[in-house]
Design a binder for this molecule. Structure first.
Ligand SMILES: Cc1ncc(COP(=O)(O)O)c(C=O)c1O
Length: 393
């Protein structure tokens, strides 16, 4: 019999199982919504990034269908050959307007936007100064760039400034933070990091994947929230979370965007979005402008749920956004909590290493604008019951 060169994978998977970190994919039987069916069970869904409920918004579906009828299902090319349609150009114009920058460029995903941008901006002679909890796509982009990676403790601006002071004069330096940290729901220390960047002449970059559509005027993100327009050189956003569809983008000055169109490898070497996706995103920008009550409801729901969890005595960390972790510590226990919640009708994923530190396993919750008060109360009641059962509160 042929030797299986992939046999080591069985050992790796066995290790995951032993640590309680092996997961089966949960499968939705219905649309992405606040109440849906998952693995055959009716649940209140606290696991989705669909902050404003736009995945099923009628205006977005209508525009997607119209674009599909008019332009077909795909583009058949990368952007730089024959895959740029008018609709792509229009979306980038609108995103720049939304972010109040000169220009914007769309990538296939937020991951591609971060990784492609960091890798394009830096070389092996350069430096990335990065918050320790920044997203994997930033870390991978930094590794691809071959720049030296300097990590500062989470939100510790003083430590970041000290790192910068010790760097050699030569070389480009990119200071980077998530706008909202995806596993903790706290905000990056953007205003103080901007000061450091200005003092030392660094490139300042923010990943606003979880802030766009959530923070700032009409969801413009953390740069707008903190009043930092003109002080952040590179703003990344996603089209796959609050916007409800798929994709990522970079907004900044004209040179940055021109450069990324020439050196951003995912932009150059991967096919562009189907027109229906792009039309969906355009419609979402209209909704952000025309239905500000969605963001208001999101924040009202966030407060109700977060206050409820804290009143029950759960450790919800330092969250300041609709993302609220319930920090448990042990991975096995976090998965047990998630599984018990699920059986009772609440879908809140357990998250362990390597997504979070080994001793910081958690169940992560995200409320949306489309959860009703009854949904939130139902979820809180189940959290109370299961939390007591597992001795967490
Ligand atoms: C902070 C952060 N940045 C980037 C991404 C990647 O975005 P996308 O899912 O659009 O690839 C995610 C989420 O997956 C994220 O949480």
């Amino acid at each position: 019999m042929r030797h299986d060169p992939l046999a080591f994978l069985g050992d790796e998977l066995g290790g995951l199982k032993a640590q309680g970190l092996y997961r089966h994919l949960r499968v939705l039987d219905d649309e992405q919504a606040a109440r849906t069916r998952v693995d055959g069970r009716s649940v209140v869904n606290l696991s989705s990034n669909n902050y404003l409920g736009l995945t099923t918004h009628p205006a977005l579906k209508k525009k997607a269908l119209a674009a599909l009828e008019q332009f077909g299902v795909g583009t058949g090319s990368v952007r730089t050959i024959a895959g740029t349609m008018q609709i792509h150009v229009e979306l980038e114009r609108r995103l720049a307007e939304f972010k109040k920058t000169e220009a914007a460029v769309v990538f296939q995903s937020g991951f591609a936007a971060n990784a492609g941008t960091v890798a394009a901006l830096l070389t092996k002679d350069d430096f990335v100064i990065s918050d320790e909890l920044n997203h994997a796509s930033i870390i991978d982009g930094a590794r691809l760039s071959r720049a030296s990676i300097k990590v500062f403790p989470h939100r510790n601006v003083k430590a970041a400034a000290e790192i910068v002071r010790d760097l050699p004069k030569a070389g480009r330096k990119l200071l980077i933070t998530d706008g909202v940290f995806s596993m903790d729901g706290d905000l990056g220390a953007l205003p103080a990091l901007c000061d450091v960047a200005e003092e030392h002449g660094l490139i300042m970059m923010v990943d606003d994947a979880h802030a766009s559509g959530v923070f700032g005027e009409n969801g413009r993100g953390t740069v707008d929230h903190f009043g930092l327009h003109g002080r952040v050189d590179v703003q990344v956003g996603t089209l796959s979370k609050a916007i409800g569809a798929l994709g990522g983008y970079v907004a900044g000055n004209r040179n940055l965007i021109d450069f990324l169109q020439h050196r951003g490898r995912p932009f150059l070497f991967s096919t562009s979005h189907p027109p229906s996706v792009t039309a969906t995103c355009l419609a979402a920008l209209d909704v952000l402008a025309e239905e500000p009550q969605l963001i208001q409801t999101l924040w009202r729901n966030t407060k109700v749920f977060k206050d409820g969890l804290r009143a029950l005595g759960f450790n919800t960390g330092a969250s300041e956004s609709p993302i609220t972790p319930i920090i448990v510590g042990d991975a096995g226990k976090a998965m047990q909590l998630s599984d018990r919640l699920f059986v009772e009708g609440v879908f809140a994923q357990g998250i362990g290493f390597p997504t979070v530190a080994r001793d910081k396993a958690r169940v992560r919750t995200i409320v949306t604008a489309t959860h009703t008060q009854a949904d939130l109360q139902f979820a809180l009641d189940i959290f109370a019951r299961v939390g007591r059962e597992l001795d967490l509160i």
